[in-house]
Design a protein around this ligand. Structure first.
Ligand code: FAD
Length: 116
């Protein structure tokens, strides 16, 4: 349960990590520098070595080798992250997420302003 001070299980770790990853993509610039671009590639590669769920990390390494991060600009990187997450969703039998809504979900919030 996320509300208790317990060590993270695989699902709580996953939710927290996806929150970080999608929020990083939400903040990724429209016109990234070479440094920005190299940074997110290194980050994803390091994550795939360090992620503390061994079989999750192994699949992530294979996935990154097949489909490396698209770091051109904000929308390319956010879409790439959304597709990465959807491949995990599919593997786990979860519904896929509509990637056209990724900025609404992780950057702008809903149009009714309910997220402040
Ligand atoms: P999560 O999948 O954690 O998603 C959190 C929220 O993100 C959702 O509520 C939704 O609002 C939003 N969201 C969902 N899909 C997308 C998308 N495509 N794009 C943008 N936003 C989206 N678990 C395993 O059991 N086996 C694995 O091999 C495994 N590999 C993982 C690899 C990585 C890199 C990560 C970060 C996590 C992995 N997990 C794995 C954990 C798994 O993905 C989920 O985090 C966990 O099952 C909890 O799922 P959830 O239903 O709470 O929502």
């Amino acid at each position: 349960d996320d509300h208790k001070d317990c060590p993270l299980d695989k699902d709580a770790l996953g939710r927290g990590t996806w929150g970080l990853l999608h929020t990083m993509a939400a903040a990724y610039p429209e016109k990234p520098t070479e440094n920005d671009r190299k940074g997110v590639v290194s980050f994803m590669n390091l994550l795939s070595n360090m992620y503390p769920c061994e079989y999750c990390a192994k699949d992530l390494r294979q996935d990154l080798a097949k489909d490396p991060p698209d770091t051109k600009n904000h929308s390319a990187f956010s879409l790439w992250m959304c597709k990465l997450h959807n491949r995990v969703n599919e593997k786990l039998g979860k519904p896929t997420f509509d990637c056209s809504k990724v900025d609404e979900r992780w950057r702008d919030g809903p149009k009714d302003g309910s997220c402040g």
